[in-house]
Design a protein around this ligand. Structure first.
Ligand SMILES: Nc1ncnc2c1ncn2[C@@H]1O[C@H](COP(=O)(O)OP(=O)(O)OP(=O)(O)O)[C@@H](O)[C@H]1O
Ligand SMILES: [Mg+2]
Length: 317
């Protein structure tokens, strides 16, 4: 029997039946998740879906109500300390020491990991260069912009040359150029053999950066796969967008013989279809508005996300 690579190699993260309750609120509701070595895995989901809670349980700062988490083949409940030595984590809030400079922050973290002084000097220089922090090396953290603080938080999580890097919304609030730079850093780490687990609300980021994504909603993993596969399995390949009222929609689509998946967010209508040309012809032939603006584009992971989580249906309805 032929086994795929990720079935042969021991997974870096293996989660079974993970469940977490805060009082009456169920945050994580029976998640099974496997992350093979050397990939970038993206956890996606609406606000409050349970992503951060899942990452916090992997890091061992929140304890599961039930279920099992293995990291590097070790049970987190028994091996928290030794797992942490091989793990780098940036959670949603940057844990930085405000009065200290980036360089000093990196040194404090390196000492926490019991690195020797020569190694610390080398690693601090490497990370300052890697995350392009040299122009702000000596500026106290409290005087850094949000983007530089985020870069430093990520640098801190890399001090101990982790085999597994966990990043909770690493690029939220960053400008487009810094986001691009960070993607290339994440790719570089993965290409050097590290495994990356991240969360993001940017679907373009997940599509470009992640080898595999999992979509969580209400604490449950509802879909998983390589971005392209997930798109192909969930929706037709073409998408068209236009603004129209529900009444106008009924008229424009009346008599249509092809299968169309519809999604509405306020006035915006999105239609997923195998061949957009025939659909556009149909709509134009029924429209009284010669100027009707129709956008045609390939279906994206964002469309899949909206279709599966149903988030867009709540907007403006
Ligand atoms: N310490 C806590 N005490 C009580 N409820 C909590 C706690 N932490 C999280 N929750 C609840 O658990 C649910 C999941 O929260 P979580 O932070 O994991 O979501 P998330 O997917 O990371 O969302 P976001 O995209 O907004 O960051 C939410 O309903 C949240 O209010
Ligand atoms: Mg979160």
């Amino acid at each position: 029997m032929h086994l795929a690579n990720d079935q042969l190699a021991e997974p870096v993260i293996a989660i079974r039946g993970l469940y977490k309750r805060f009082g009456d609120r169920v945050a994580v509701d029976g998640i099974d998740l496997t992350v093979p070595k050397g990939i970038c895995y993206g956890l996606l989901g609406p606000n409050g879906a349970g992503k951060t809670t899942t990452l916090r349980m992997i890091y061992g700062v929140t304890f599961p109500t039930s279920g099992r988490i293995e990291v590097f083949g070790l049970d987190i409940a028994q091996h928290r300390r030794s797992i942490r030595n091989r793990l780098g984590v940036t959670l949603q809030d940057n844990s930085l020491i405000e009065p200290l400079t980036p360089e000093e922050n990196l040194r404090v973290f390196a000492r926490y990991h019991l690195m020797d002084e020569a190694d610390i000097n080398q690693r601090v220089d490497e990370l300052i260069e890697f995350l392009e922090l040299s122009s702000h090396r000596d500026v106290p953290v409290r005087d850094l912009s949000g983007g530089f603080q985020r870069r430093l938080a990520i640098a801190l999580s890399l001090v101990n040359r982790p085999e597994l890097i966990v990043l909770d919304e690493p690029t939220t609030g960053l400008d487009p150029a810094v986001r691009l730079a960070l993607w290339s850093r994440v790719r570089a780490l993965r290409n050097e053999g590290a495994t990356v687990l991240l969360t993001t609300h940017y679907m373009d980021e997940a599509e470009r950066l992640c080898d595999r994504v999992g979509i969580i909603t209400d604490g449950k993993l509802i879909a998983e796969g390589a971005p392209r596969t997930l798109i192909a399995e969930t929706l037709a390949q073409d998408t068209i967008e236009l603004d129209c009222s529900p009444q106008e929609e009924a008229r424009l689509l009346d008599g249509l013989s092809m299968r169309v998946h519809r999604l509405r967010a306020g006035e915006r209508l999105m239609l997923h279809v195998d061949h957009s040309v025939a659909l556009i012809d149909h709509i134009r032939s029924r429209s009284t508005d010669d100027e009707l603006h129709i956008i045609a584009r390939p279906t994206t992971l964002e469309d899949v996300f909206l279709a599966l989580t149903g988030t867009s249906l709540e907007l403006g309805e």
